[in-house]
Design a binder for this molecule. Structure first.
Ligand code: SAM
Ligand code: ZN
Length: 471
């Protein structure tokens, strides 16, 4: 197996790991493992743990209420008692699994963390993404309809992957329960899977260690009584592809696709399956350009059914997505349409129809872009914007981990913590050269070599926030 190497989501330098955590020698950040040794390569992993815990607590409460209402129906001697009793038992098995994930999260939390980290997003809104069970059934439940969906998507991935002879590393974005990552094991030397949701990641970690028995309960849209509760064994053995190299395993980590823990210029391909519409696409394209090697492929499959966190200015049509990629040093090599179902029971009476779009785009950017080669000098603030940031204390030093620039037309540009410190100095009217040398001193190396900072500055220049001082 080709060894994998994660990089720092804050400063993009390669991380070193020991038994307890991944550590960055650039910015000093530490990224601990959680539960079954899943690395949390997020700038704000404590906050993500709190959000996931609170969201799961709500989900568990809701499920308990549902179970109580079914039990109440059984108590009044419903003619459907037999099926309802099976539904209660099935729902309890799902509940036990969610509680097991919650207890892993709780293990990492103390009162201080809970109080000091307000959830990132409203746990109510987060719920659909944080409930890992719907994907668990499709990915590892072995149902015919699920296997059909996965093989349909993988055929497209394989066809598009053939547009490049390079089969070094692939990263699966928003990797969910990891099934697509595992399918790629046969096709690339190294497979990374990056997923933002801790419960998804924990369930994937648990499935590495054991099979999980789970009932799928459906009390609506059933043809037959037996369809109401289906017993399934979730098992990692479902993947048909044999790894090319014995013992090859997916390098799965909790991470954010907008700040990937993946080295600059290192990936032969990125797979964005049911994911391109989940995060702001302009940010995704920039990050794709950062991590792809020259000639690397961005492969998309899915609808453009933008999720609530994506602002209206980022909800592009397929035509605009094409233009965005073309304007960001990509060439679209092929595209197609794939009508079909997603995460559906074949026997259900109602289903959601998807008109999925796929495309493959090749990155034509240069292998290395950094300020040492392409100096950006004498920048200052020339546009109007609002600035928001979050920081944490690393030792005694206050380090910005993430920041947002909100432009005058309400566009949100997320920037790296290191870039944020430069912007703050520019806001305080410090010359650009001073801002850079201060950051160099703080981070202990030449920050002009950090690709994500370079890209942020490029982005802020392109959007008219930063510009060259007129003499
Ligand atoms: C629609 S699901 C698709 C899952 C998977 N790609 C599949 O098709 O099975 C989107 C996934 O992206 C994850 N996600 C959301 N925001 C993310 C981000 N910023 N970075 C990485 N993953 C994210 C969600 O938790 C969820 O697992
Ligand atoms: Zn770092």
């Amino acid at each position: 197996m080709k060894p994998h190497c994660f990089s720092c989501p804050i400063c993009a330098i390669d991380l070193a790991s020991d038994e307890i955590a991944y550590r960055c020698h650039g910015c000093g950040a530490t990224f601990p493992f959680i539960g079954p040794k899943v690395p949390m390569l997020l700038a704000e992993h404590d906050k993500a743990t709190v959000t996931a815990y609170l969201a799961l607590a709500k989900l568990v409460k809701k499920d308990e209420e549902i179970i109580s209402s079914i039990q109440a129906a059984i108590a009044i001697d419903s003619p459907r008692s037999a099926v309802l009793k099976r539904a209660v038992a099935g729902s309890e098995s799902a509940l036990a699994l969610l509680k097991e994930i919650m207890s892993i999260l709780r293990h990492r939390l103390n009162l201080d963390t809970l109080i000091s980290h307000r959830p990132e997003i409203d746990p109510d809104k987060a719920r659909p993404y944080l409930n890992p069970l719907s994907y668990a059934l499709r990915d590892w439940g072995g149902l015919d309809e699920s296997e059909e969906e996965i093989s349909r998507v993988m055929k497209v991935m394989e066809r598009y992957s053939a547009f490049s002879p390079r089969r070094g590393s692939v990263t699966v974005l928003g990797a969910g329960l990891g099934r697509y990552g595992c399918e790629f094991l046969g096709c690339y030397d190294t497979v990374y899977a990056i997923e933002r949701s801790l419960p998804m990641a924990l369930l994937f970690g648990m499935l590495r260690l054991r099979d999980i028995e789970l009932d799928s309960v459906n009390l609506v849209n059933c043809k037959n009584i037996v369809d109401a509760v289906r017993h399934l064994t979730l098992s990692r053995r479902r993947t048909k592809n044999k790894p090319r190299i014995d013992g090859q395993e997916v390098a799965y980590a909790v991470g954010d696709a907008k700040q990937l823990p993946i080295a600059t210029g290192s990936q032969s391909a990125l797979a964005s399956i049911f994911f391109t519409d989940v995060v702001p696409i302009s940010r995704l394209v920039m990050e794709a350009g950062r991590v792809l090697e020259p000639g690397g492929l961005f492969i998309h499959f899915g609808p453009l059914n933008y999720h609530t966190e994506v602002s209206v200015s980022e909800r592009l049509s397929a035509e605009e997505v094409r233009d965005l990629f073309k304007g960001s040093k990509f060439t679209i090599l092929a595209e197609d349409w794939h009508p079909g179902f997603h995460l559906e029971r074949i026997d259900g009476l109602a289903k959601m129809w998807y008109n999925n779009w796929s495309f493959v785009a090749r990155y034509e950017g240069r292998p290395e872009q950094s300020w040492t080669r392409q100096p950006i000098d004498n920048l200052c603030i020339i546009g109007c914007f609002k600035f928001e940031s979050t920081f944490k204390l690393i030792g005694r030093t206050k380090t910005i981990v993430r920041a947002k620039i909100i432009t005058s037309n309400d566009r949100i540009i997320e920037i790296n913590g290191c870039t944020a410190e430069i912007v703050l100095d520019l806001m305080a009217d410090k010359p650009f050269s001073i801002a850079i040398s201060k950051a160099n001193e703080k981070y202990g190396h030449d920050i002009r070599l950090i690709q994500s900072v370079y890209r942020d500055i490029e982005h802020l220049t392109a959007t008219g926030i930063l510009g060259n001082k007129r003499s």
